[in-house]
Design a protein around this ligand. Structure first.
Ligand SMILES: NC(=O)C1=CN([C@@H]2O[C@H](COP(=O)(O)OP(=O)(O)OC[C@H]3O[C@@H](n4cnc5c(N)ncnc54)[C@H](O)[C@@H]3O)[C@@H](O)[C@H]2O)C=CC1
Ligand code: BAL
Length: 500
């Protein structure tokens, strides 16, 4: 049920759990099916872990249901205390958890994985503090004969399905607020990145969360994920991943028991750079916004619009900056400090991203600049930072989420033109605007149809600020107070004081 794994680069050796985590114990899946986890920077196998069957999902849901009455009656203060302990335990194991993340997902250890862990620790403490504050209802004095109260109650058993781009962070965005609100959980990590959450399972137990409160069922989306979404005894389902799967989950939720749904799906987020902006800052932020995490970000600024009078200067500075700052490093090893662009997650994603680059070159004849290359013989899924320029609005690269290190850049004349271009998408997750004019920034922030707007920055999330999408980027919000509200339902209690 455990495998010893040595991560020599950071001098770590640890026991990796390989089972499903149900009722605070690791167990085999009923049919003993397994999934192999590969190291994306070498293509080598790390471990095989058990994959949940539909019957295993049912067992996990039953465990969560048994745990719910008692857990939902713990006081919010007590839930906060356990979350605080969890935050401390994660902090104590920060380097190991970051190393597991790098091994399993390929994200650079120093520049990405440790940052994910810092965010997770802060977020855990945030929801520890929020547990007894955001759980309060309202008092509504209706008239002299009547008052009303609202209660914020947990849903019950919550199913969660998370992706591979931020394995432990996306799980934490969902789990911590959900626990603070008094729900019990069955969560499915992504097939290719289950290791860090399985390791973290032990920390939930150690912090004192009772059996059945957090259940982790690694497994295939089409089996374990869809069973969770369609399960008649799951009260809410929360998902992060592709829009196509988000639609399936919503439909399964509707057709089973009309369970509540939160979806955080894809994006094609614009960054707009006006000619009064600091070009240096715009270059720094937009390159980070597309190359950080190898572009595998739902909020990646994957469409960059630059005002025509500064286009050429922006482009030459962008290319120069990327050449110096966004590289695989000498050895293409995400454990090396100079590696800031790791491999993408899998061969499937590698092929998919390459197909967009080839399409740009061969079918659309677009100018494509690639910076650096992986060393010959490297079997990892490395794609060099790629910059595609003067991309027309109807290009496939402007329309579809590439989810890789591919910057798509275009020019615009004026505000009226660019706001139309920026809004010309089915997605609406995020947008960035660069300008020194507060009036222009304010106008843009109001006109853009997106759930997040960054003014003179990009992709700098805050755990205290609600996050989520407009249009086909999703439904509902996570983080901030919304991170708990998403996991509570409101009951109105009417108290009649009038005597007949
Ligand atoms: N919004 C985001 O953060 C993410 C977006 N994506 C987008 O999705 C594209 C494809 O990546 P995939 O790995 O295929 O994403 P995906 O949407 O298939 O995977 C995300 C999660 O959904 C689960 N899943 C898959 N099919 C399911 C089903 N029928 N029912 C329930 N759960 C299911 C997976 O097991 C995984 O845990 C990427 O290129 C990217 O464009 C992928 C990951 C994260
Ligand atoms: N940056 C966290 C959300 C995402 O990219 O999936």
């Amino acid at each position: 049920m455990f495998k010893n794994i040595v991560i020599a680069k950071v001098d770590k050796s640890y026991e990796q759990p390989l089972g499903l985590f149900i009722d605070n114990e690791f167990i085999k899946s009923r049919d003993e099916a397994t999934i192999e986890s590969l190291n994306p920077s070498t293509g080598e196998k790390i471990a095989s872990f058990y994959a949940a069957s539909e019957a295993d999902v049912d067992a996990a849901v039953a465990a969560a249901r048994r745990a719910f009455p008692s857990w939902s009656h713990t006081s919010p203060e007590e839930r906060g205390i356990l979350l605080r302990k969890l935050g401390d335990l994660i902090e104590q194991e920060k380097e190991l958890l970051a190393a597991i993340e790098t091994l399993d997902s390929g994200k650079p250890y120093k520049s990405n994985a440790l940052g994910d862990l810092d965010q997770i620790i802060s977020l855990t403490r945030y929801f520890a503090g929020a547990a007894d504050k955001f759980s309060k209802g309202e008092y509504i004095p209706v008239n002299k004969d009547k008052y009303a109260l609202t209660l914020k109650e947990p849903y019950g058993v919550v199913g969660q399905v998370v992706p591979w781009n931020y394995p432990l962070a996306m799980a934490s965005w969902k789990i911590q607020g959900c626990l603070a609100a008094g729900n019990t959980i069955v969560i499915k990590p992504a097939e290719n990145t289950s290791l860090s959450l399985l390791y973290a399972a032990q920390l939930f137990k150690k912090a004192g969360f009772p059996p059945g409160v957090v259940n982790i069922i690694p497994g295939h989306g089409g089996i374990a994920g869809s069973r969770l979404a369609s399960h008649p005894d799951v009260d809410k389902i929360a998902f992060t991943g592709s829009t196509a799967v988000g639609q399936k989950i919503m439909s399964l939720a509707a057709l089973s028991n009309l369970k509540a749904v939160t979806l955080e799906c894809g994006g094609k987020s614009p960054a707009v750079i006006f000619d009064d902006a600091s070009i240096e800052e715009a270059v720094k932020w937009t390159s980070m916004g597309i190359f950080y995490n190898s572009g595998q970000n739902c909020t990646a600024n994957s469409r960059i619009y630059v005002q025509e009078s500064i286009y050429e200067e922006f482009l030459s500075r962008f290319i120069k900056h990327v050449t110096t700052n966004w590289t695989f490093g000498e050895a293409a090893d995400p454990f090396d400090n100079e590696c800031t662009v790791g491999p993408v997650i899998s061969k499937t994603q590698y092929d998919r991203i390459q197909s967009y680059i080839e399409h740009a070159q061969k079918n659309e004849n677009l100018k494509t600049t690639q910076i650096g290359a992986a060393a010959p013989g490297c079997n990892g899924f490395f794609i060099p930072p790629t910059i595609v320029t003067d991309v027309p609005q109807d290009s496939k690269l402007m329309k579809e989420e590439i989810f890789g290190p591919v910057a798509v850049i275009s020019r615009f004349r004026d505000y009226g033109e660019v706001i139309k271009l920026a809004n010309d998408t089915n997605y609406g997750l995020a947008a960035a605007v660069f300008t020194e004019s507060i009036r222009q920034a304010n106008r843009f922030a109001h006109d853009i149809k997106a759930g997040t707007v960054w003014v003179n920055s990009s992709n700098d999330e805050e755990i205290s600020v609600p996050f989520g999408g407009y249009k086909m980027s999703g439904i509902g919000r996570e983080l901030g107070q919304s991170g708990m509200d998403a996991y509570t339902q409101t009951k109105g209690i009417h108290v009649n004081m009038a005597k007949l």
